[in-house]
Write a protein that binds this ligand. Structure first.
Ligand code: CP
Length: 303
């Protein structure tokens, strides 16, 4: 029984297997349209989501499978006090694969241990979001044709940003990648990620503005300052406008760089940037569904 809890569950070989399958699905989606006939995906989202939830559900439907879900977290028996362990054991009896998002760090690991069917973490608190990483990697591979020899800058809330944590750990597995972290001091990337890079002898630096590095990067990965993870509203208000990418800053960037964002955005990318052909965040949304189709096929061992 396979499970995906964190980006540590991937190695370079199985990443390429999923990404190559995803590229083929992108080219010829019709070839895959009946492969999950008779299989059921359970979609358990205890935290809000648009992209991850709908892309997983759409992926399963496009593969010919079916989806069961709890429409709102507060209509499940969790509100009556049922434990996550019992919920997962129950849902395992109704489905062939489970996708779950939950606000608590570590919830994905607990669910994976207790599931009788393949389990996929769709985001656990501020910890990890490994399928967003697959989305990001497919976008980078499709747009830049490589996953190595890149200068990657990530900008915004690097403390709570689970998409960033998964992405940096995963891109650090590919040769000659370098990282630039752009954040306020209060939202720096966690020490365990910096220590991991130091241990692997991977170059990185921390800066406070986009302007000082944008001309050097192949990828600028913007993220939202995450209001829901702050304990203190005044602190959020002080930091929420720390970074705004606009056309003036983009005029300093290389012609062949790309801008990514896991979305949703608030105001950290001005809408005027959407028309720049280096802005790839809405392509990223489409690739998210495609790569989740590939992941479902691999986890159900249909391919
Ligand atoms: N990128 C992402 O996880 O978006 P959602 O929160 O809408 O799923």
């Amino acid at each position: 029984r396979k499970s995906l809890v964190s980006s540590d569950d991937f190695n370079v070989d199985n990443l390429y297997e999923i990404l190559n399958l995803a590229s083929d699905i992108y080219r010829e989606p019709k070839k895959y349209s009946n492969l999950c006939n008779g299989y059921v995906l359970a979609s358990l989202f205890f935290e809000p989501s648009t992209r991850t939830r709908l892309s997983f559900e759409s992926a399963m439907l496009r593969l010919g499978g079916s989806v069961v879900s709890i429409p709102e977290p507060n209509v499940s028996s969790v509100t009556k006090g049922e434990s996550l362990k019992d919920t997962i054991k129950t849902v395992s009896q109704y489905s062939d694969i489970i996708v779950m998002r939950h606000s608590q760090e570590g919830s994905a690991e607990l669910a994976a241990i207790n599931s009788d069917v393949p389990f996929i973490n769709a985001g656990d608190g501020g910890h990890q979001h490994p399928t967003q990483t697959l989305t990001d990697l497919l976008t980078i591979k499709q747009c830049l044709n490589r996953l190595d020899n890149l200068v990657i800058s990530v900008c915004g809330d690097l403390k709570f940003g689970r998409t960033v944590h998964s992405l940096v750990k995963t891109l650090s597995k590919f040769p000659n990648n370098k990282f630039i972290f752009i954040s306020p001091e209060e939202l720096e990337i966690p020490e365990y990620i910096k220590n991991d890079l130091i241990k692997k002898n991977i170059e990185f630096k921390e800066v406070r503005t986009i302007e000082e590095v944008i001309d050097k990067v192949d990828i600028l990965y913007m993220t939202r300052i995450q209001r829901e993870r702050f304990f203190n509203e005044a602190e959020y208000m002080r930091l929420k406008d720390s970074f705004v990418l606009d056309n003036k800053k983009m005029s300093l960037a290389k012609e062949d760089m790309i801008v990514l964002h896991p979305l949703p955005r608030v105001n950290e990318i001005a809408e005027e940037v959407d028309d720049d052909n280096r802005a790839k965040y809405f392509k990223q949304v489409k690739y998210g569904m495609i790569v989740r189709m590939a992941l479902i096929l691999k986890f159900l061992e249909v391919m």
